[in-house]
Design a protein around this ligand. Structure first.
Ligand SMILES: Nc1nc2c(ncn2[C@@H]2O[C@H](COP(=O)(O)OP(=O)(O)O)[C@@H](O)[C@H]2O)c(=O)[nH]1
Ligand SMILES: [Mg+2]
Length: 305
């Protein structure tokens, strides 16, 4: 557990207002003046939930429950959804980022190109540094020179150190980072990776190899394996979670670009389908635009918008 990641998202209501409109307001308004559910209205509710990016199976399950419940009342729809969403987030597990004092803490970060991995790492480095931790970044995206350069600039700005080797095998970069961290008593290693899904096989092999290096050299300190998902990718985020999950054993998700996104329902879809908790949320491009994900606050903001 690491306290500093607990600070709240300011203006959370505003951040999720587009999602709230799609996922709650538009759904409730389907039956606003109805005494009872018609089959027609239930279909509309299902369609609206699906277009809010909740996912087909989750949307169907929610509506099937209403169909099966003789006494279900449209006036109770808001409370029903609220309770279901809350349960989904609870069932996905604790949202607290794992951290142990006095040990190295490795965070293995994966996700497709452009999801926001490098930015997330910079923000995490910045926050850990603010807490006085010694932070090492392993530049595991050795394919794109620009990616390494970007990481270098960020890490300097954050005050973190970096291990980088042009065109080297990413697994060897991570190996080197682990040795350095042990020798020089680092608290945190943040492992950046490539995200070229165009060559899915090679990418997955590369990620597995990195994972193997960690498993062989520092298995007990792999604190989180975090998938980074851009909120705006909607349902595609779920597909990504499955692909990466099969390969690197994910423990949690960071949802980026939640600022202004209308597709924040992906948080619920991932929790439901993958049973993975969202632990971190990106709400902008600045260093301190990384926040803890608090399920209760999120639900409140959705339903009291
Ligand atoms: N608005 C916003 N932009 C973000 C956020 N996180 C990352 N970005 C932007 O998304 C783009 C891709 O980010 P990057 O970290 O390079 O993605 P990577 O390919 O996964 O490493 C950059 O322009 C970032 O500034 C966020 O939380 N909000
Ligand atoms: Mg990157």
């Amino acid at each position: 557990m690491f306290g500093f990641f607990k600070d709240k998202i300011e203006n959370l209501k505003q951040t999720v207002s587009n999602t709230a409109k799609n996922l709650v307001e538009n759904v409730i308004s389907q039956v606003e003046n109805e005494e009872q559910y018609s089959e027609f209205a239930l279909d509309d509710i299902e369609d609206t939930l699906i277009s809010a990016d909740l996912g087909v199976s989750y949307a169907s399950e929610l509506v099937d429950n209403l169909r099966g419940e003789k006494n279900a009342k449209p006036s109770e729809l808001k409370n029903y959804l609220r309770a279901e969403f809350k349960k989904t987030l609870e069932d996905a597990g604790s949202t607290e980022l794992n951290y142990k004092d006095g040990e190295i803490n490795i965070y293995f970060i994966t996700g497709v190109n452009g999801a926001g991995k490098t930015t997330l790492i910079a923000k995490m480095a910045y926050r850990f540094k603010q807490e006085g931790k010694k932070v090492l970044i392993a530049a595991g995206d050795t394919f794109r020179a620009a990616a390494e350069e970007q990481l270098n600039i960020w890490s300097v700005r954050a005050g973190a150190d970096i291990v980088r080797r042009d065109k080297a095998d990413p697994a060897s970069v991570v190996y080197e980072a682990i040795q350095k961290a042990r020798n020089e008593n680092y608290d945190v290693i943040l492992v950046d990776t490539a995200g070229r899904l165009q060559n899915k096989f090679n990418l997955m092999e590369e990620l597995k190899k990195i994972k193997t290096v960690i498993d062989k050299n520092a298995p007990e300190v792999l604190r989180e394996s975090i998938l980074v998902v851009d909120a705006n990718t909607g349902q595609n985020g779920l597909v990504q979670a499955k692909v990466f999950g099969e390969c690197v054993n994910l423990t949690s998700v960071a949802v980026t670009k939640l600022d202004g996104s209308a597709k924040g329902a992906i948080i619920l879809a991932i929790a439901k389908d993958m049973k993975l908790p969202v632990k971190l949320v990106g709400v902008g491009e600045k260093m301190d635009d990384l926040k803890a994900f608090n399920p209760d606050d999120f639900i409140d903001a959705l339903f009291e918008n």
